[in-house]
Design a protein around this ligand. Sequence first.
Ligand code: ATP
Ligand code: MG
Length: 790
Amino acid sequence: SSLSSSPLLAGLNPEQLVAVTLPAGHALILAGAGSGKTRVLTTRIAWLLQHGHATPGGILAVTFTNKAAKEMLTRLSAMLPVNVRGMWIGTFHGLCNRLLRAHHKLAGLPQTFQILDTQDQLSAVKRLCKQFNVDEERFPPKQLAYFIAGCKEEGLRPRDVQAHDADTRKKVELYQLYEEQCQREGVVDFGELMLRSFELLRDNDPVRMHYQRRFAHILVDEFQDTNKLQYAWLKQLAGDVVDGRLVTQGSVIAVGDDDQSIYAFRGARVGNMQDFVREFAVERQIKLEQNYRSYSNILDSANALIAHNSRRLGKNLRTTQGPGEPVRVYEASSDIAEAQWLVDEIKQLVQGGAMARSEIAVLYRSNAQSRVIESTLFNAGVPYRVYGGLRFFERAEIKHALAYLRLLENPHDDTSFMRVVNFPARGIGARTLEVLQDAAHASGCSLHDAVSAVPGKAGANLGAFVAMVDVLREQTQGQNLRTIIGQVLEASGLLEHYRNEKEGADRLENLDELISAAESFVTQEGFGRDAVALPIDETGAPLTQGPASQGLDPNQPLLQQPMVDVDTGETLSPLAAFLTHAALEAGDNQAQAGQDAVQLMTVHASKGLEFDCVFIGGLEEGLFPHENAMSDQGGLEEERRLMYVAITRARKRLYLSHAQTRLLHGQTRYNVKSRFLDELPEEALKWLTPKQQGFGTFAPNKGAVGAYGSGAGGRFGFKSESFASPPVPPQKQTPSHGLRAGLAVFHTKFGEGKVLAIEGSGDDARAQVHFPRHGTKWLALSVAKLTVVE
Ligand code: ATP
Ligand code: MG
């Protein structure tokens, strides 16, 4: 957009203008899809900064995805000349991660704690079940993992869970053991990130008060999908309850759409909106009713559909755009025919560059649907990219490489240890590992520390593995990230292993991409080079940050550099920062800058996004609405909201399709078209195939059954795109800190040490220093006071 500094507000409609320029105070903006909610939030931040109502450090904004956070930062830096790095804009998980890194001691964690994604969490639970001989028939690890995550989302520790029966008591006991295991290994799962930082705020008055004073403006997007714990977390930041009343310091603006609440299955509570209004005594409620995204045929379809839901807060959406094209509906004989039609249609749309491929989204209800679509796109040579599903950082070879890297950071990370101790094969068998685990269990230490307790040849093999990792850790000190990863891939034997594997070429390519990903991370996050220019105010004068404070002075932008220990200035190594990024951003698309590609994703993943053209496939009873959700009214309404989200992603063109037969989970199903198709206004639709009569008839098509053979290799359709790694510009200006590798320095807490490496410059400068008594540490030079020892 062409928003320059003063006409920031130009083009906003009256309601948006009110919302953007609200005086301090709490407000709820309740508005439908495409009405500019996210845009209002972003513009408000810019407006607050521009008018001096807030400093970059005084704002906390929560977005739903990392992608949305990045977009917000990009837009902000386009609107205003402020340094957006270090601003607290991110997902709940991302922000919790920051808090915990800064106050890790108070939170009872090592600063380098690693984050377990859902997959890691499950394998940690499985390991636990083995260890304690849990009957996995009775307590399937998956259910246990789900139980634990559910407790955490409710804010419940094991001692808080009410267990009335033996099964629940057993689960709670395992939850307790799981916690002990994570604590010992220095790892946290996603739920723990949230709960631990909630407790940090709740139990530490000075910390809570510091952030309460600091964050004068809290803004939350997609508020309808917050869960109980997230809402409680927000309340901690906003204020304290005094005499049963919430007394707040700053202002909280929440933005949401009850019709887009689609995460109830994960504990989201639309009720948070009502609670927010009541508990914060919200006086301003603003509705935005103009939709800027879609033509009216699309919008009318969305409105007509959602009108079938009963429990709604009630909103209207209108557009001044004309009707646009009709919504196209297609019936295919099979899922394969559906995919073929879709690909043909896409090819026509992009012909001669009429439409960018990235402006086309293919949405599906269930991940399993993507396989046929992918292989058809792949065979037709149409570049595409999948969000969700098996994502880059979740692939086996990448997880193996990351496990080695994590062991460099933390030898006691048992999940990583187990993953690679015998990968590539080193003759360490399951029996040996059992002996090792028992030994570790008996003496309450990590697997790493228990290795010497294993006798014989097996013990020697384990010792060799541990020694190899320890040597690697030594050797890579002071090296840059690229070199570290390169050395680890080589020395671990991973490269060798995949070179000898028949199908290893893809995996080698992915490992190469890991290096590119690390490189672009380094460039984007400013690790290893000068980042964005220093912050300047409206007149262009530099905003001086003053000397970085050590304590918790609320007036200081404390964490201008993210994730710095508030006491010592200790910060994450580039490697640890990258590993955090890998765990947190696994769900985000890495290769955004790459090739123009069609976007494939589940409807859930599409929230908040928009595309010129959207395809929604598989509109069949049992698939969408999903069979698991059809038994009760609540489930069906959630499915309908999901469909509402899907429809409202489209700007200009919308295609809906269903197939008479579909091969799903190894079974051919004969399908009836979705009831949702019957809930759309006939005037807005154009049937590309004769309309099936009514809800309930179908004609199985013989030809299609079983026609789908093997999944012709399209699964990793974007693997061949390499990550664009922007050239690293030469380092400007000489460092002001006067440090360089080799110098002897003194730190007030760690004593004398030797500088191994320097990264970044200005406010972002970090040094890697070896302290004989405390080991090697990364220090943020703007916080840690280092003096050169003559
Ligand atoms: P969703 O509910 O899907 O998250 P939203 O309410 O957050 O949608 P936005 O994504 O902020 O909506 O806006 C939808 C589109 O409308 C964007 O392309 C945005 O730039 C555009 N838009 C918003 N307000 C205006 C306006 N006043 N004038 C022109 N375009 C606008
Ligand atoms: Mg939005």
